[in-house]
Write a new protein. Structure first.
Length: 208
């Protein structure tokens, strides 16, 4: 954690998106032991956890309450949910409606802790939020300070092509964070990440 913090500080950033999830900086089952160590290492060089990327997507998961409670106690204000997946054999709207109560219970809990939940749009035929309309529907009735969209222009461009301005306009009233990446289409018809400015993401986005 000390080496991570020192390296990020040398690069000139203000903080990190800390991954508290399987395979991340902190494993969920060790959050009470290891997250304080990471926070302390960052503070020592003037950095913070700007967003905590988590495996959290419901209160029914075994580590959700401990992960969020520990993060809140350490001053983490924003966390990113894991993303939901569609089951192809079940109608889409029925699945979105079923997610409503799950998100509501989770939001009530993290709001009591003084945290903001973020849901990032991901590309993919099974990803809830690949069509931004999914998230606009799920976010209805929530203040952005409680539950918001982490808008990813790379994923929005993969899914929307030329319609990304419409997607961003739809997301803007619910905006909580912006993720900026770039990609090109590879010969096997899969998106491949490339350095910023070298791919298909429209530079006009940055002016917004």
């Amino acid at each position: 954690y000390d080496q991570l913090a020192e390296t990020v500080a040398e690069l000139g950033f203000d903080g990190i998106e800390a991954t508290v999830r399987d395979g991340g900086h902190v494993l969920p089952e060790r959050v009470e032991e290891d997250l304080p160590k990471l926070v302390e290492a960052l503070k020592a060089v003037g950095l913070e956890i700007t967003i905590m990327a988590s495996s959290v997507n419901s209160l029914a998961q075994p580590h959700t309450r401990r992960v969020l409670t520990t993060a809140s106690r350490l001053g983490v204000k924003r966390y990113r949910l894991a993303y939901y997946r569609y089951q192809p054999q079940i109608p889409v709207i029925r699945q979105l409606d079923a997610l409503g109560p799950v998100l509501k219970d989770l939001t009530v809990f993290h709001k009591e802790l003084g945290m903001q939940g973020l849901y990032q749009n991901h590309a993919g035929a099974q990803s809830v939020g690949a069509p931004i309309w999914d998230l606009q529907r799920l976010m209805q009735g929530y203040a952005p300070s409680d539950l918001a969209i982490a808008f990813d222009i790379r994923h929005a461009t993969v899914e929307g092509g030329l319609a990304w301005p419409l997607h961003f306009r739809l997301a803007t009233p619910h905006l909580g964070a912006v993720y900026i990446k770039d990609f090109v289409w590879s010969p096997d018809r899969k998106p491949r990440n490339v350095p910023l400015g070298k791919g298909n993401v429209d530079p006009r986005f940055f002016a917004l």
